[in-house]
Design a protein around this ligand. Structure first.
Ligand SMILES: [Zn+2]
Length: 323
């Protein structure tokens, strides 16, 4: 489900599954809608989406949830201008000590929260008719707090009724395994869960989660010192463990709104080790993987087949007889 409507998974093409366009770190208590000029933002971002097409990428999953800057009007305008499939999300980002969690999330039940997200699925977001293509949550390190658990149970209920994949920004392997445990108690299969920021776990955690069926998202690729080597090693470990069909890669690049002023402000690149957004994976990781013996079919699986399977919309319930 893209911001311009449904696209058959066979036509998604190569995809970056964890990127941002614009994020706003103001916090849920202060955020009241986009703080940028729409036309200026289009001008800033558009060339980088056009450049993606030159690298053979036709889809980008925008992982910025509501209350941390999600701006679907900008996404639709960019998708219309470039033809790139952009996918947005529903759900709340609870990481960073609940800074991006709205007050009502503390008070409402999992069912009431699920109903809010289902309304976005049925009616569209903020009166635009734009529907979410996945569910995005965020948790910090360690076992889930009761609030995180409630948000995840809400997401599980939305998944069971819509088939939307659940992406969980996750601080470490303990948090990832706890999420899989809670999803199982809601009868949601690991295949419906993307462990976002799996680079924060260990090889053993990643292989264990992948063998159980979860998607392993190594999504902070950059040219910062040591990062290319670390990602290459992690990917090759997953490959030798037979888990290549469960892996996703991305940069987590994007722009943030500058400063704390409630007025419109300029955008600045995250700049987390990537001088240009959405690029280093193609300039460094793919050549490194080829040198390490990966075939073009392997790379195509990583960028095309895996994203299509991970984000294809279908209900993935745990069977009563599965362990
Ligand atoms: Zn992100």
């Amino acid at each position: 489900m893209t911001v311009r409507g449904p696209v058959p998974v066979s036509q998604l093409g190569r995809a970056l599954t964890h990127e941002h366009i614009v994020t706003d770190f103001l916090g849920a208590a202060r955020w009241a809608g986009p703080r940028y000029d729409l036309e200026a933002a289009v001008t800033t971002v558009r060339p980088h989406l056009e450049a993606l097409k030159e690298r053979g990428v036709s889809a980008l999953f925008e992982c910025t949830p509501q209350y941390i800057g999600r701006g679907v009007r900008l996404l639709r305008q960019l998708a219309e201008a470039t033809g790139v499939h952009l996918v947005t999300n529903t759900g709340y980002y609870g990481a960073a000590g609940y800074k991006y969690i709205p007050q009502h999330a503390y008070e409402e039940s999992a069912e009431e929260l699920a109903e809010r997200w289902l309304r976005e699925w049925r009616e569209g977001i903020d009166g635009t008719g734009i529907r979410p293509g996945f569910i995005k949550l965020g948790t910090d390190r360690g076992a889930l707090s009761p609030l995180h658990e409630k948000l995840l149970r809400a997401a599980a209920r939305v998944h069971r009724r819509t088939g939307l994949t659940i992406c969980g920004h996750t601080g470490d392997g303990v948090a990832a395994m706890d999420q899989l445990r809670i999803l199982a108690s809601e009868e949601v299969a690991p295949e419906a869960f993307v462990w976002v920021h799996a680079q924060n776990g260990t090889d053993a955690d990643r292989i264990e989660a992948a063998r159980r069926g979860a998607w392993i998202s190594l999504d902070g690729y950059s040219l910062a010192p040591g990062v290319p080597e670390r990602y290459l090693e992690a990917l090759l470990a997953l490959k030798s463990a037979g888990c290549w069909s469960r892996v996703l890669v991305s940069h987590d690049d994007g722009w943030a709104v500058e400063g704390e002023s409630p007025r419109q402000a300029p955008l600045r690149l995250f700049g987390n080790g990537n001088p240009q957004p959405y690029r280093s994976l193609f300039e460094r990781l793919l050549p490194d993987l080829r040198k390490a013996g990966c075939t073009e079919a392997d790379l195509d699986q990583l960028l095309r087949a895996n994203p299509a399977r991970a984000f294809g919309i279908r209900v993935r319930k745990l069977h009563a007889n599965s362990t």
